[in-house]
Design a protein around this ligand. Sequence first.
Ligand code: NAD
Length: 507
Amino acid sequence: MSGGESHPEPLVGPVVLIGPPGAGKSTVGALAARRLGLPFLDLDDEIARAAGSSVDELFVAEGETSFRVREAAALHAALDGRNVVIAAGAGVVDAAPNRTALARAHVIWLDVDDDTALLRLAGARPWLPADREEQRTAYRLREARRRALRATLAAARVDGRAAPDVAAAALSDVVAALPLPVAEWRGDALAEPRVVERAAAEPSGLVAGGLALIDDGVPQAVPGVRLPGGERSKTTAGLERVLRVLHASYGRARARQDAEPIVAVGGGAFLDVVGTAAALWRRGTPWIAVPTTPLAMADAALGGKTALDLDDTKNALGAFHAPDETQLWLGFLASASAVQLADGQAEALKHAWLTGTPLEDKAEPARWVRRSLAIKAGVVARDPRERGLRRALNLGHTVGHALERVHGLSHGEAVRRGLLATLWLSEELLGLDRAVSSWLRPTVAALGPLPPFALDAERAQQALSRDKKGGRFVLLAALGRPVLVTPPAALVPEALAVAARGTELPP
Ligand SMILES: NC(=O)c1ccc[n+]([C@@H]2O[C@H](COP(=O)([O-])OP(=O)(O)OC[C@H]3O[C@@H](n4cnc5c(N)ncnc54)[C@H](O)[C@@H]3O)[C@@H](O)[C@H]2O)c1
């Protein structure tokens, strides 16, 4: 890359290196992080910094139990969704709560055999006198137990016997190719964040309990208070309207305020405005999201980012306030227009590219809605506050949001045009394989025509400069490998132009 722009940051979330003492986790981890353009964090350093003394001193002064408590706290704090390589201590796998916490990270095992480890450790660890036979036997027994635990936790194993730069090269290759985490459907539910699919013939049972607010564009008969939906409701005025309904309703039935959630039934815009109201009402009230459009089902109803637009800035205001539950009822799809389906497919296509596939089942909404929910759930469970990994979900959205606000496009059309700009920038800046982009580009066009329009370049640039992502775009280093990049300013107008040119006709 030429000067000025940042090194691409792989959107992988936290990567934790585990392995025996002496495997080289700190050295190899730091080298690999540098190669990848990721920050590096040594858990022992974090523990020492918090305690104000070295790990060896802590072991001697406080004993192992106290050290393990500190280690668990440091691990927990480190797993906040950032894209970072973390070297953990050999004993981190011993505690069950640590093993549970590691489910929020990609775990990679840097391995060496016992003899190599003991040779490397001789004299290096005061708490592990490697010259005494009984200590060596105890070491081997403990490590045998840990090996079994590491095998269940690790997504990959890297040979730590090689020279550090060789091991670091192997490790960085593994990290760069890590897949996006995807949650697993168990029957008709996802565990975290919670999604439940309802199979009822009618939508009435969806809003049992709680105050139900219904998007007035929902044609199905759902009991509750109907309020305006759509993008034009996603404003401070729309928010006030919802808050006044809550005020009036909760004022009349005070019993409601403690237990019952607000149930929001509607499209993505409606869920955004009601979710924002739920975040503000009594400083945060539980709510349930019931998406009624394909896009809201595939994306907006999950993850707890709520938003309002302000002037020409899309999603300028909002909160992180996750619904307690998302209820999926596919029956709402029956009334979706072709445009609404294409809007939902745009987000499903984004999810598919992020996980390394095109969108082969676009004619089967039940499949791509469920898959999209599982992908989004996997990502937001690891990074609920968008510290790192979750930024991947903005693929196509930086350019898309600017066009959506300035040219009044539907969210889905804006995202599809944003995905075209993403492919172009990824080719220009990251050398995305043209065979891949030529394969993906028609999958955007296949969702519906994107005719060229006259771009208001100045206002689109202004809208881009107000984007919350600070000029950083999610691009694809390869299919399924999202990275964060600050493109050189000179390329941004052309990226907008690519999006505005669109594609004349579906192939
Ligand atoms: N919070 C998030 O994480 C997130 C993620 C993606 C998108 N979004 C937001 O979602 C919005 C787009 O959502 P959308 O595509 O659902 O558009 P939308 O909410 O504007 O809804 C489109 C239209 O469909 C109507 N509608 C609702 N239910 C219907 C049904 N069952 N049948 C027919 N029509 C129905 C609505 O009243 C509206 O007029 C954007 O504002 C976008 O920013 C939010």
